[in-house]
Design a protein around this ligand. Structure first.
Ligand code: SAM
Length: 270
């Protein structure tokens, strides 16, 4: 699989290449590409997921930052299918514009990636900005990040990432992957997660910016009560109008409660 790839892995680009065939097969099976799907992979690397997906699906778009990988990827992809390679930073890629050029019958793309772990959160928030253009996402991430994404209120790891993602997506952890499945092996366990953006009519957030602001402030100082953490963002009266106790802490507040509070702030101000 690595024929033609001569450069050593670059740590600063989060390059931990998958080599465990069983894990790769499980990811492809979880994605289960269907005719008409438009697959977009973030960080194809040396093609560990790209080539099996091409074998199965025939065509795929991939976004890779590391220019040293482009020529070998393009060359090796030929015997597997059609690879549309976008050279650059995934954070600069407008997924909505990408879907406008090529998408499934519903106007959506499917995102896939064994993500560079140092960029996990920025990539997740970037994808959220384009959620309407995305049918689903299958990502390999640090296991600890997947636990935070899927956490429920009251859990130690419930935080901004949990609330922001769960307000817009169904988050389903699929399976964990040990360090030995990668070369070089990362220091941490990994996990694969599925995110399915909710249809627009099921999203209850009235104003995305206000919601983001309320959640950021609430968890900015997670040991503080809502009354203190939300100073300047929501008054104690607004907090109780949303049915919340001003002396509660953010980690006890459910996603739907954050949505209710943010919607009141969006309509009436702090
Ligand atoms: N998909 C391959 C695999 O599973 O073996 C590689 C995964 S490796 C964890 C992450 C990949 O993302 C690397 O190929 C790296 O060069 C690429 N990458 C890092 N930063 C990126 C960015 N900002 N935009 C696009 N790709 C990036």
């Amino acid at each position: 699989m690595t024929t033609g790839f001569t450069e050593p892995a670059k740590k600063h680009l989060g390059q931990n290449f998958l080599h465990e065939k069983g894990v790769i097969a499980k990811i492809v099976q979880a994605i289960d590409p269907q005719p008409g799907d438009v697959l977009v992979e973030i960080g194809p690397g040396q093609g560990a997921l790209t080539f099996p997906l091409l074998d199965r699906h025939g065509e795929l778009t991939a976004i890779e930052f590391d220019r040293d990988l482009h020529a070998p990827l393009q060359a090796a992809s030929r015997e597997h299918g059609i690879l549309h390679l976008i050279a650059g930073d995934v954070l600069d890629v407008d997924f909505t514009a990408l879907a406008a050029r090529r998408s499934d019958a519903r106007g959506q793309i499917r995102l896939i990636g064994n993500l560079p772990y140092n960029l996990s959160s920025p990539i997740l928030f970037h994808a959220l900005d384009h959620a309407a253009a995305i049918r689903d996402m299958h990502f390999m991430l640090q296991k600890e990040v997947v636990e935070r994404m899927a956490a429920a209120p009251g859990s130690k790891v419930y935080g901004r990432l949990s609330v922001m993602l769960q307000a817009y997506c169904a988050v389903t952890p699929l399976f964990t992957v040990p360090p030995g499945a990668f070369r070089p092996a990362p220091k941490v366990d990994s996990a694969v997660v599925r995110l399915v953006p909710k249809p627009a009519e099921c999203i209850e957030v009235a104003d995305r910016a206000t919601f983001a602001n309320v959640v950021r402030a609430a968890f900015g100082q997670r040991r503080k009560t809502l009354r203190n953490a939300l100073q300047g963002v929501a008054t104690p009266e607004r907090i109780s109008a949303a049915g919340l106790r001003a002396d509660a802490r953010a980690e006890q507040v459910a996603v739907a409660e954050f949505v209710r509070l943010a919607n009141l702030v969006a309509t009436h101000g702090p």
